[in-house]
Ligand binder design. Sequence first.
Ligand code: DGT
Ligand code: CA
Ligand code: CA
Ligand code: ZN
Length: 584
Amino acid sequence: MDKDRVAEILTEIGTLLELKGENPFKTRAYANAARTLEALTEPLEKLISENRLGEIKGIGEALQKKITELVATGRLAYYEELKASIPPGLVEMLQIPGLGPKKAKALNDKLGITTVDQLETACKAGKVADLDGFGEKTQSKILEGIQFRRTYASRHLLSDALALAEPILEGLRGHPDVIRCSTAGSVRRFKEIIGDIDFLASSKQPGHVIEFFTKQPGVLSVNAKGETKASVVLQGGIQADLRVVSDREFPFALAYFTGSKEHNIAMRQRAIQRGLRLNEYGLFRSAEETRDPKLLVPCATEEDIFKQLDLANIPPELREDQGEFAAAERGEIPRLLEWTDLRGSLHNHSNWSDGRGSLEEIAAHMEGLGCAYWAITDHSKSSFVANGLDPERLRKQLKELAEVNRSWAAKGSDFRLLTGSEVDILADGKLDFEDDLLAELDVVVASIHQGFSQNEAEMTKRLIRAAENRFVHMLGHLTGRLLLEREPYKVNQRAVIDACAETGTWVELNANPYRFDLDWRLWSYAKSKRVKCVINCDAHRHEHAGFLRLGAGIARKGWLTKADVINTLALKALMKELGKKRAR
Ligand code: DGT
Ligand code: CA
Ligand code: CA
Ligand code: ZN
């Protein structure tokens, strides 16, 4: 078991103890230990095998024993017993925004509530508002939170779906009876949130493929299993469907099951206008619904189907009936960005604020991945929970960073760390650092991290004011949304984009899969205003470099090309662009 998972379990133990009303010192010890583990630079196994866990500050004997048990056996009896002693509904309640362990415990103690349903009933009856420390406002917030959760219970992050889908797809590809296979549905269209995962395969032995699919590692249960179709539940409760068709049908089935539904309807209309019929089985010369192979217009690929309907090929990401038909008719589907066009990320954190790696480690890792540059934009002082830097620490960081860059140059490498800051936009739109300090930095990202409750007019003005600062290169995660967790704050995004257009400010596409902010639906507007995109990892650890691929997919979904994205530029050209707004 790796240290991140161990840290997760320790955090959960802390929460469970709090739910039981244990003393705060004990509960906090677990949370602190978890944080300590996360920050470790050495592998946990190594520390344990060398008997050095005790050297770590804040990890006493009892905790050492538990961590050792977890790492050695993958389980912890104490944790399992603790979990079994608490109604699962109480733990579930913690996922309601604004409901912490203390409140959950109070609800359990005073009203005997053990499930989310009971909590909802109690809120509706006004019983929760009457409790000490709750009140009307809290009660209605809890109700809202319950509704929010219900709407999203069967929705999942694209990144979670991809992580599950990719190994299964690999497995299918390697199966001797599989001719072609692909994901379909919303996963293939790269929707940020998905309902279920759809797979499609072609084979002469569908039964074998279905059998193989239902036995994949990661399959928790099999909901349905037929001759050519199966439906399973994967880890995290994500449902996955597989359909197996003949290879002749494959392109038609792939187009159909990729959707979207709206896109499919338009496709079928186009077929009808041409005296044809399009369905999941084929494209037929027929005026009525059919699957008669004698009437089939043969197509080997999806591209052939589009061609038969007088359309250029439409990439799956664009199939939302959002203008792709008009563009494909005129042969004007742009050549979309490829993730390999990206050269680095311009918004990232290090262990100077709330990121994990040191400057040296980050540089080595990102250079190793083939990046040309990587900006270090740690938080500014107002983000004190994230250990934001004050001017003094930032200046110190600049020196250390220059040192790291010198060592790369000495090795003859062109790789560069760029200096920077993710500077907080304060409540009035002023920035957390003075202009003269910002002027020393290669890259300035301005973001909002607190004061989310302002109204739309205030929030919009606040962001516009930040864009007006000539040292701000780009606005970070524009709406602050966390998919499936937190609604965006209220802001007139188009007005902010307009201000960016006027001031020469770029807009970030934050590639963290919880954010994907700015949303793909707004990039066409930004592009029409000639506002450039920067696809940023907002990396807090090395693994987050992988977000570049996700961010590029979302940019494709927003119709963006290489020319629309700043961090496709080589270092020299990028430095020139970074200087432009300041020279205005
Ligand atoms: P999801 O799973 O909710 O994230 O969204 P999708 O788009 O993956 O939808 P899903 O899994 O229900 O169906 C996959 C595709 O199958 C869908 O994108 C289009 C096609 N499809 C499903 N039902 C219909 C339908 O009633 N009419 C048409 N035209 N297409 C459909
Ligand atoms: Ca689906
Ligand atoms: Ca489905
Ligand atoms: Zn941020």
